[in-house]
Structure formats: structure tokens, C-alpha cells
Design a protein around this ligand. Structure first.
Ligand SMILES: Nc1ncnc2c1ncn2[C@@H]1O[C@H](COP(=O)(O)OP(=O)(O)OP(=O)(O)O)[C@@H](O)[C@H]1O
Ligand SMILES: Cc1cn([C@H]2C[C@H](O)[C@@H](COP(=O)(O)O)O2)c(=O)[nH]c1=O
Length: 207
């Protein structure tokens, strides 16, 4: 039995999730801000393996399994305990990333990737998911402008891959129309933040 609230943030690379989630977290007390893959030591170690630029030989199924393994550990070690303590858990990426990136863009199949993730999450899903929608060209431009950000193996995929990721998310919005809520992430930081905080406050007020 969980008493907190679990919200996930999704979108293509460079959509602005990390920027906005940090601003949102500052507005709440009793909040846990975390991310996938990572958020705890074991999952951060898995993240380093998945995203290392030199690991170009990684098989797509290995990639999907590693994301699911990191997810499992993070869920058990960090997310579930925080929810049990009544926290608001804001998570930068969750299972929808695996469905969009590995299931659709890598071509493993959304249903197949959903199935392996069931072993990891045991039906544990967010109350709702905010999807930051952006043209991949704009997302990648934002990343490339940020000289301080390390470019990882997934960022180095070609534009076609990133376009497929976005198509994958569009399919997920059709599949989960009540859980996933779209926000236009192409505007300024302040515009995107305003939409996001209003959405969260409305949802929390209805709980
Ligand atoms: N609305 C915005 N307008 C312009 N630039 C933005 C906006 N939001 C974020 N940025 C900038 O774009 C870059 C990527 O933002 P951020 O890291 O928040 O995206 P992200 O969705 O978390 O990306 P990724 O999933 O690839 O880590 C950063 O340099 C950030 O400062
Ligand atoms: C959870 C998850 C993530 N990915 C991809 C998405 C990004 O390209 C990287 C993570 O980097 P970020 O800067 O933290 O966004 O990994 C994925 O392909 N599958 C997943 O399940």
C-alpha cells in the first residue's frame, strides 16, 4: 500500500525534462526528485555501462534488459520506500522510455519490451506521466548548445532514431490516453514550467 504520489516525466532527448523537474521539485516539501536510469548506486553503475560511448557493440535486447534491471533496483531501493513515506516522487524517465526507445525506435516491439518490464515493475505504474513533446531537431540543438553536458551513446544515434523515439511516444499517448498528458515543450523554460506546475497542482488538488 503506497500513500505518496508517483509522477514520471518523459520525452525525447533535450526536451527539457531535467530543467523543469528541478523547478517543480523546489515548489514542494516532502518530495523526492530522482531519475532513470540511475538514482541509486547500483542503477548509476548500470547507467554508465548502457550509456558509455564505447559500448557500440551492445545488442538492443541487452540494452532493454539493462534498463529494466536498473529500473527494478531503483524502484525497490528508492521509489517504493519514498512512496511508503508519503512522498511526492518526481522521476525523470520510467518505463515509457523503454517502450519508446527500445520497443519502438530500436524495433524490439512495444509489447515485447512491456512484457520484460513487467518482471521488473510488477504492475507498479505512475499515477500520471507528463510527456514533453518536442521536434527531435530542436531537442538535439538544445543539447548541442549546452557545452557542459556530456554526450552519451544514445544522444549519438542519428536523427531518424530520435524521430522514431517521438513516434513511439505518440503511439504510447494513444495507448494510455488518460495516464500520459502531453505538454508542448518547444516554448521558453518559463512557458513550459507554467504549464507543468499548473497541471501538477490541478491533479494533486483532485486527489
Ligand atoms: N524550454 C527551453 N528552451 C530552451 N532551452 C531549454 C529549454 N529547456 C531546457 N533547455 C536547455 O536545453 C538543454 C537540455 O535540457 P534538459 O537537460 O533539461 O533536457 P532533458 O529533456 O532532460 O534531456 P535528456 O533527456 O537528453 O537528458 C539544456 O541545456 C537546457 O538548459
Ligand atoms: C530510462 C531509459 C532511458 N533511455 C535513454 C534516454 C536517454 O537517451 C538516455 C538517458 O539519458 P538522460 O540524459 O538521463 O535522459 O537513455 C532509454 O533508451 N530507455 C530507458 O528505459
Amino acid at each position: 500500500m503506497t500513500s505518496g504520489t508517483f509522477i514520471t516525466f518523459e520525452g525525447p532527448d533535450g526536451a527539457g525534462k531535467t530543467t523543469i523537474i528541478r523547478m517543480v521539485a523546489e515548489q514542494f516539501t516532502n518530495v523526492l526528485l530522482t531519475r532513470e536510469p540511475g538514482g541509486i548506486d547500483i542503477a548509476e553503475q548500470i547507467r554508465n555501462v548502457i550509456l558509455a560511448k564505447e559500448n557500440t557493440a551492445m545488442d538492443p535486447r541487452t540494452e532493454a534488459l539493462l534498463y529494466a534491471a536498473a529500473r527494478r533496483q531503483h524502484l525497490i531501493e528508492k521509489v517504493k520506500p519514498a512512496l511508503a513515506e508519503g512522498k511526492l516522487v518526481l522521476c525523470d524517465r520510467f518505463v515509457d522510455s523503454s517502450l519508446a526507445y527500445q520497443g519502438y525506435a530500436r524495433g524490439l516491439g512495444i509489447d515485447e519490451v512491456w512484457a520484460i518490464n513487467q518482471f521488473a515493475i510488477e504492475k507498479m505504474m505512475p499515477e500520471f506521466t507528463i510527456y514533453f513533446d518536442i521536434e527531435p531537431e530542436l531537442g538535439l540543438q538544445r543539447i548541442n548548445k549546452n557545452k557542459g553536458r556530456e554526450i552519451n551513446r544514445l544522444d549519438l544515434e542519428d536523427l531518424e532514431f530520435h524521430q522514431k523515439v517521438r513516434q513511439g511516444y505518440q503511439l504510447l499517448m494513444d495507448r494510455f490516453p488518460t495516464r500520459i498528458i502531453r505538454i508542448d515543450a518547444s516554448g521558453s523554460v518559463n512557458e513550459v514550467y507554467k504549464q507543468t506546475i499548473e497541471l501538477i497542482e490541478n491533479k494533486l488538488a483532485k486527489k
